[in-house]
Design a binder for this molecule. Structure first.
Ligand code: LHQ
Length: 261
């Protein structure tokens, strides 16, 4: 796996993917999209990885599409082809991995960078982070899954307002609006994310992954179908070692040892 534009580390069951094109606030060029896809694939394949963190190096999380590269390629590639061949594959990979993905939002998340942040399952933001739908500033509509994900998180009025104003939204507002899970002091972000990661990695990660599958699928299901679907998924969880261990630990009044199996 090449890592020219990202860093990839695994420690204590937690894989950390760090976007690393600092001079552009981690703008996505083709290589960074591909390397991030490969890193998520690797995190998905590796059984020792039970939680994933996505963050940015330097003062940005991601400024979205690398506009310089895109301008240079525009004559050769259609925008829709670029989205389908790049961002869609990345987002689908993130949604497919049945392990919790924590976005540690260290600075500005703009454009498709915000879309990728929203495709994480949980988001912790540094106090100074800002969220921005930069698209309308360059005459585009939101992409990278934002039209589907953001109104579900913060409601249509706020999502539409963010889209047409392209104003920066502070971490505190993002928290109040339900876009993120927690805000911490800038200097506490990395350790808070690692501590969430370690906590999840020692939990019943099979159930965590199945919960992600059931909840994401339920967005598209009617209630009856969702009930049926969750019953089937629960059947899988109930056959796990973690379920046996969890019940035994409860009855024996001791902490459980979950293995993700
Ligand atoms: C950048 C970028 C950047 C290149 C900062 N590219 N260099 C999908 C498919 C197809 C087509 C197009 O789009 C998409 C999806 C999208 O993501 S569209 C939206 C693309 N993103 C933007 O429009 C955001 C552009 N960036 C900004 O508005 C600002 O840079 C923000 C608000 C993110 C940060 O502002 P500042 O903190 O003031 O930093 P800065 O503007 O000074 O940027 C620092 C450097 O990073 C600077 O380079 P320089 O050589 O002058 O130091 C910028 O040119 C570079 N940079 N974003 N997206």
């Amino acid at each position: 796996m090449s890592t020219d534009t990202i860093r990839f580390e695994v420690d204590n069951g937690v894989a950390t993917i760090t976007l690393n094109r600092v001079a552009t606030l981690n703008a996505f060029n083709d290589l960074m999209i591909q390397e991030t896809i490969d890193a998520f694939k690797q995190a998905g394949r590796d059984d020792s990885v039970r939680a994933v963190i996505l963050t940015g190096a330097g003062r940005g999380f991601s400024s979205g599409q690398d506009l310089a590269e895109f301008r240079d390629h525009k004559k050769d590639v259609s925008v829709s082809g670029h989205l389908r061949g790049g961002y869609h594959k990345l987002i689908q990979q993130m949604l497919k991995i049945e392990k919790p993905i924590i976005g540690a939002i260290n600075g500005v998340a703009a454009g498709a960078g915000l879309g990728i942040a929203l495709a994480c399952d949980l988001r912790i933001a540094a106090q100074s982070a800002v969220f921005m739908l930069a698209f309308s500033k360059i005459g585009l509509i939101p992409d990278a899954g934002i039209n589907w994900l953001l109104p579900r998180m913060i409601g249509y009025p706020r999502a539409y307002q963010m889209a047409i104003t392209a104003d920066k939204v502070s971490a505190q507002s993002a928290l109040a609006w339900g876009m993120i899970n927690e805000v911490v002091a800038d200097e506490a972000l990395a350790e808070t994310a690692q501590s969430w990661g370690r906590r999840f990695a020692s939990g019943p990660t099979l159930a965590f992954g199945l919960t992600k599958r059931a909840m994401l699928r339920a967005f598209e299901q009617d209630f009856e179908t969702a009930l049926e679907y969750e019953a089937n998924i629960q059947e899988i969880a109930a056959r796990s070692h973690d379920n046996v261990e969890g019940i035994a630990a409860f009855l024996e009044k001791r902490p459980p040892t979950f293995t993700g199996r």
